[in-house]
Ligand binder design. Sequence first.
Ligand SMILES: [Zn+2]
Length: 172
Amino acid sequence: MTNQTAINSLIDITKSWGGTLDLVTLHEYNATVFESQYKKNKGWSTPPDDFHALHWENKRIITVADKAMCGFLIHEMGHLFLNMIDPFRSNEDEWEWLGWEIALAKLVGCYKLWSEHNGSYFMPRDPERPGENLVSWGRANAKTKSVAAYNRLRHAKDIGILDASYQPIPKR
Ligand SMILES: [Zn+2]
């Protein structure tokens, strides 16, 4: 499974959940985002890597076509479909839905790429103690990552954002 085939599946899933995920040119991206920021953002949030942006209210994600990374888009889909408040106003606890990201990555066949793209994500070494003794996903060893993944998948199912067969469900 390549980055591009995974992204095509993410586009379809976003659509089936009532949102849009669009690949745009750098020119279109800059026109949308910088224009928006100039006018006090108009609802767009731009994560630090600069090549994708999300509009929570409109359930819309845009990303520069030749810079698109499935792992980042899966994370933004989490903000879009799981945060009940605009993440621009209040960044809810992403740790709550890491398992949802993992399940979605597996669903579209890009878990390995997602894991690479997720390298700078900070998580607790002990999944039961959020906010403490943090390690980045990229520096964590295989055991720490598999313990975290197992714990988060189970948690996501417990809070109802994964169904009984661990398939991701949108909250909004
Ligand atoms: Zn985030």
